[in-house]
Design a protein around this ligand. Structure first.
Ligand code: IMP
Ligand code: MG
Length: 185
């Protein structure tokens, strides 16, 4: 059973992105997004549950242009394989047609989840479609653009700032490597 402390569980091996780095970077991303969508009507941030909820909560409060927030929940099967499958568990409430959509995701690993979501939302005729990702594992190819990226990290299992391991560690204020857990691949 992992420790319940918010600050330093013993099975977290090294902090990869500190609380300060996260807060600064989220501020930078929010400023850039606010600038880019200055003239856009109907900006909708689409947070991907569950991992993105903390990132989204910080981002939405720092974006200075009017926008709405909605959520989707997805689950992945057979991760990392070409037969991997993504399924929508919870969809958006409103149609996205004509809206400027910004997908907000916690982490991109193989890219399978983001690629699936991107394709799904693209078929619904948004006015524009972009992606904002907190952390990305270093991988050679990704079929969708990441328009706003927080950090690139090594290919290890990370937790904190919304990211979990079996639903633990989400509330750590930093992003850290978890001991003894390889990446999903
Ligand atoms: P992908 O489809 O392989 O890009 O995986 C994306 C999803 O897997 C993310 O949205 C996370 O939910 C989960 N995931 C991948 N790597 C990690 C990690 O290191 N920590 C926590 N969750 C992860
Ligand atoms: Mg996710």
């Amino acid at each position: 059973m992992p420790e319940r402390t918010q600050t330093g569980p013993s099975d977290v091996s090294r902090v990869l992105v500190s609380t300060d780095q996260i807060q600064h970077r989220v501020g930078d991303l929010a400023r850039q997004i606010s600038k880019d969508y200055e003239k856009a009507e109907k900006l909708l941030l689409v947070g991907i549950l569950r991992g993105a909820f903390i990132f989204l909560a910080d981002l939405t409060r720092k974006i200075s242009v009017p926008h709405a927030v909605d959520f989707m929940a997805v689950s992945s099967y057979g991760k990392g394989a070409s037969h991997g499958e993504v399924r929508i568990l919870m969809d958006l409430r409103e149609p996205v047609e004509g809206q400027h959509i910004l997908i907000v995701e916690d982490i991109v690993d193989s890219g399978q989840t983001l690629e699936y979501l991107y394709r799904q939302l693209q078929t619904r005729q948004p006015a524009s479609l972009r992606t904002c990702v907190m952390v990305r594992k270093k991988r050679p190819s990704l079929k969708v653009p990441i328009d706003y990226l927080g950090f690139e990290i090594p290919d290890v299992w990370v937790v904190g700032y919304g990211l979990d391991y079996a639903d633990h560690y989400r509330t750590l204020p930093y992003i850290a490597e978890l001991k003894g857990v390889g990446s999903a691949k």
